[in-house]
Design a protein around this ligand. Structure first.
Ligand SMILES: Nc1ncnc2c1ncn2[C@@H]1O[C@H](COP(=O)(O)OP(=O)(O)O)[C@@H](O)[C@H]1O
Ligand SMILES: [Mg+2]
Length: 253
């Protein structure tokens, strides 16, 4: 089993889009995938057409012990999803003085053994929820937008992963960098991509995710890109990325 957190404390850098569509891409390659929405904004849940605000069983109730793993999973085709909603927004404070608060999720996931991939969509913060993601996985994928110089803020992100590795999860490693919203016609994008490659070397996936309007539209139809526009550039890019992930295999843990 490969366990991956999709991380970046910046919002709007393609974390959720990537979690949804590599989850769906790997499922199309016949892999058994569990996707976990760990963002109170619940964008991942809504991307699958799940009416998150109406749910009584979400990742929040899983974390606080009110519900069990099997009762919280929602199916989308052959994908398993643990949804979130706004109730999760109080978790950072509510759980802050609990002993073992960084391990709530990893404990609840002990029974999730039949998956090839567990993929966690993180919220744009480096707080307690994200720490829970980082103690539940062996691998971190960082999404970086080539539209901006992404190096700002990256130091803090790398430092956080480092601290978690030293103190809470020795198996944790950044194994993948995914460049998103790439536009080859713009010089800045090429420059940024080269910078990222210089810095992260072969951790950077060869597949870059190009800017593609269908990727932005699909969530409002509750569909993955493979359902919404299976022939568009976005579907092709995420198909290629999913193949690359599969080919790389398990790097860590
Ligand atoms: N490759 C892409 N091309 C076009 N729009 C994209 C692409 N990736 C993401 N988006 C859009 O950008 C916005 C932010 O993406 P999202 O995946 O929600 O980021 P995050 O989860 O990091 O906040 C969303 O509206 C999404 O639909
Ligand atoms: Mg998101």
């Amino acid at each position: 089993m490969q366990t991956i957190a999709i991380l970046n404390q910046k919002g709007g850098v393609g974390k959720t889009t990537t979690a949804v569509n590599i989850g769906a891409g790997l499922a199309l390659l016949n892999k058994k995938v569990l996707l976990i929405d760990l963002d109170p904004q619940a964008n991942l849940s809504y991307s699958f057409g799940i009416l998150a605000h109406e749910l009584e069983n979400t990742v929040y109730e899983l974390l606080n012990g009110e519900t069990e793993l099997k009762d919280v999973i929602i199916k989308h085709g052959n994908l398993d999803i643990i949804p979130s909603n706004l109730s999760l927004s109080g978790a950072e404070i509510e759980f802050s003085s609990l002993p073992g608060r960084e391990f709530l999720l990893s404990e609840r996931l002990q029974s999730a053994q039949d998956y090839d991939y567990i993929i966690i969509d993180c919220s744009p913060s480096l707080g307690l929820l994200t720490l829970n993601a980082l103690t539940s996985v062996n691998e971190v994928y960082i999404t970086l937008q080539t539209e901006f110089l992404p190096m700002q803020g990256l130091a803090k992100l790398l430092e956080t992963v480092d601290i978690v590795r030293k103190r809470l999860n020795r198996n944790l490693e950044i194994t993948g960098i995914i460049c998103t919203r790439y536009d080859s016609r713009k010089n800045l994008h090429n420059e940024v991509y080269e910078k990222i490659k210089q810095y992260f070397g072969n951790k950077v996936f060869k597949t870059v995710i190009r800017d593609n309007i269908s990727l932005a539209e699909a969530p409002s139809f509750g569909q993955t890109i493979f359902e919404y526009r299976p022939k568009c550039r976005g579907a092709l890019d995420y198909e290629n990325l999913s193949n690359e992930i599969l080919k790389r295999g398990k790097i860590n843990g």
